[in-house]
Design a protein around this ligand. Structure first.
Ligand code: AMP
Length: 292
């Protein structure tokens, strides 16, 4: 265990699971709760909001920072993923020095076998991110299950920005009978409404400004969907991106919020959500919006 000291405050930082598990044993009591916020670092306000919620709702909060190799299908994306541990620690400290940080190595998690387990998420894994990033959700399932086993959280906090991931984690917990309450949290956005993401760091100032088109298109699509069909809404979105060649639309899908299956027709009383993935100069950004 390492306690980093800044201005007389200390935050517990663990790089290995054995020491973390031993420490958690010392602080756990019969009725105490552990909140957990798994992240890949390069922390922004969206991550900090999850931590704030966990701090409010639990006796102790564990945050993990781990760029999980098995969930990356694109080696360039993995290599270029921002790694800013020192900055991240400062941001966490700015929020509270009471959090426990677990920042493991690949070896500490995978013990020499950096491969994913195969999961069946009842089809949730076959749409959108699963379709365009083969193996991604097996990687997500593998790391989240491993982290839940190590941290044994009472409550685990995930952002709705990765809505499909949130549904998949809920499914994994249910299927594996894990005693964890999975909590979905709202999307944090930049001033121009671009969803906050660690990948935004890789955009130029101009790209970042213009990336406002993603959420703007989603909100316009939401309006159109009120009176038009899913197909006509998709047409509108495709045309918006054709007019902006800097942005390459990978997918726009309107899906049933619970099954994540794309819809052809609207049925009253079903909850729908639009999902989008866009490339900007080979940087991949995703966003989502509830449609009703
Ligand atoms: P990541 O570090 O990108 O793996 O994200 C870690 C957690 O933070 C995941 O549960 C994400 O859904 C969540 N998250 C990422 N960006 C945002 C955002 N803009 N607003 C809310 N939650 C977010």
């Amino acid at each position: 265990m390492f306690a980093l000291n800044f201005n007389n405050t200390a935050m517990h930082i663990f790089y290995g699971k054995v020491a973390l598990i031993a420490y958690l044993k010392t602080i756990k009591t019969t009725n105490s709760t552990i909140g957990f916020v798994p992240t890949m670092g390069a922390l922004h306000q969206g991550h900090l909001a999850l931590m704030q919620r966990s701090l409010k709702e639990n006796d102790d909060t564990v945050v993990s920072i781990f760029v999980n190799p098995t969930q990356f299908n694109n080696p360039e994306d993995l290599a270029k993923y921002p790694r800013t541990l020192e900055e991240d620690v400062k941001k966490m400290r700015g929020l509270s020095d009471k959090m426990i940080l677990y920042a493991p190595s690949v070896e500490d998690i995978y013990e020499g076998k950096t491969i994913s387990q195969d999961f069946d998420f009842d089809g949730l894994e076959n749409q959108m991110e699963g379709k365009f990033r083969p193996g991604h959700f097996n990687g997500v399932g593998t790391i989240v299950k491993r982290l839940f086993e190590i941290v044994t959280p009472t409550n685990a906090y995930f952002g709705e920005k990765d809505f499909q991931q949130l549904q998949i984690v809920k499914k994994m917990v249910e299927k594996n009978h894990m005693p964890v309450n999975v909590v979905g949290c709202p999307i944090f956005r930049e001033d121009n409404q671009l969803a906050m993401s660690s990948r935004n760091e890789r955009l130029t100032a101009e790209e970042r400004k213009e990336a406002a088109i993603i959420y703007q298109t989603l909100t316009e699509a939401k309006e159109i969907f009120k009176t038009k069909s899913p197909e006509e809404t998709l047409e509108f979105v495709e045309n918006s991106f054709k007019d902006n060649p800097r942005f390459e639309l990978e997918y726009f899908v309107i899906a049933d919020e619970s099954t994540l299956l794309p819809i052809e027709n609207k049925i009253n009383d079903k909850k729908y959500r639009a999902f989008i993935a866009v490339f900007v100069n080979s940087i991949r950004l995703i966003d989502t919006i509830s449609l009703n």
